[in-house]
Design a protein around this ligand. Structure first.
Ligand code: KIV
Length: 278
């Protein structure tokens, strides 16, 4: 994205219309400063429920609450002028019924300003996706590995090999038929992701799903290398900020202990030359 001309904000129909066009660029964002960075280069800033693990140290996304999503969603929309915010519906906020999903999706949109929500699940969520889209809630679907189902899936494994492939395809088609404007394919084998992308008229956004998707999404902290010990195969690290931060903090600690920080240039004189102290 060029920073030269102001552009109007991206909306779900713009994303849907990008099917088969220039790849969609998506990163997660959970805070205003990161949203500003993402806004300059991406089509979508995803307020993912991954924030529970990335920011809050939770063991999975299952403990993420509506309040957490609203707090971070507000911070993100404050930092955007072009990219579209999509906000994840947290575990337990939509699975019970389409009515429960509408209540919580409309609250997420109204209280954060995000123009769309994302929810996990394929055929079982189709009725809910149809209910939401018919009532003004644009839905990004999410199939393949659905982290909120980690306990039923038995871990964060690739989903869609061999006999599972037909189910993932059917899940994706059900979301499209229900009215989703786009769909995340997470940890799906590359060949299957390509087949799903060819079979759907809505854009697929891959994470660990190969290059044939209509777009790509990564967790921003992962691609910036903010964690020194977390290296999933599908993440390319574009920076090593964790290592840089660790070195900076170590240097600061050493200088404080050696009394070499603050140096005179970081301190304030008792009186300015030529002026009496006030
Ligand atoms: O929560 C999240 O960050 C996500 C992406 C990984 C797709 O759902």
């Amino acid at each position: 994205m060029s920073a030269s001309a102001p552009q109007r904000a991206v909306l779900p129909p713009d994303i849907k219309a990008r099917k088969g066009g220039a790849p969609l660029v998506v990163l997660t964002a959970y805070t205003t400063p990161v949203a500003r960075l993402v806004d300059a280069h991406c089509d979508i800033a995803l307020v993912g429920d991954s924030l529970g693990m990335v920011l809050h140290g939770l063991p999975s996304t299952l403990g993420v609450t509506m309040e957490m999503m609203i707090l971070h969603g507000r911070a993100v929309t404050r930092g955007l002028s072009h990219a579209m915010a999509v906000i994840d519906m947290p575990f337990g906020s939509y699975e019970e019924s389409p009515q429960q999903a509408f209540r919580n999706a409309s609250r997420l949109m109204a209280e954060t300003g995000a123009p769309a929500v994302k929810l996990e699940g394929g055929q079982t969520m189709a009725e809910t996706i149809a209910f939401l889209t018919a009532r003004g809630v644009p839905v990004m679907a999410h199939v393949g590995l659905t982290p909120q189902a980690v306990n039923t899936l038995g871990g964060y494994k690739v989903v869609g090999r061999d006999t599972e492939a037909a189910k993932v395809m059917a899940d994706a088609k059900a979301c499209e038929a229900a009215g989703a404007f786009s769909i995340v394919l997470e940890k799906v084998p590359q060949g299957l992701a390509g087949q799903i992308t060819a079979a759907l008229s809505i854009p697929t956004i891959g994470i660990g799903a190969g290059v044939d998707c209509d777009g790509q999404v990564l967790v921003v902290d992962d691609m910036l290398g903010l964690f020194t010990d977390f290296r999933p195969k599908f993440v390319k690290r574009y920076a090593e900020l964790g290592k840089t931060a660790e070195e900076a903090i170590a240097a600061y600690a050493a200088e404080v202990r050696a009394r070499s920080f603050p140096a005179p240039e970081h301190a304030f004189a008792d009186s300015l030359p030529g002026k009496s102290a006030s």
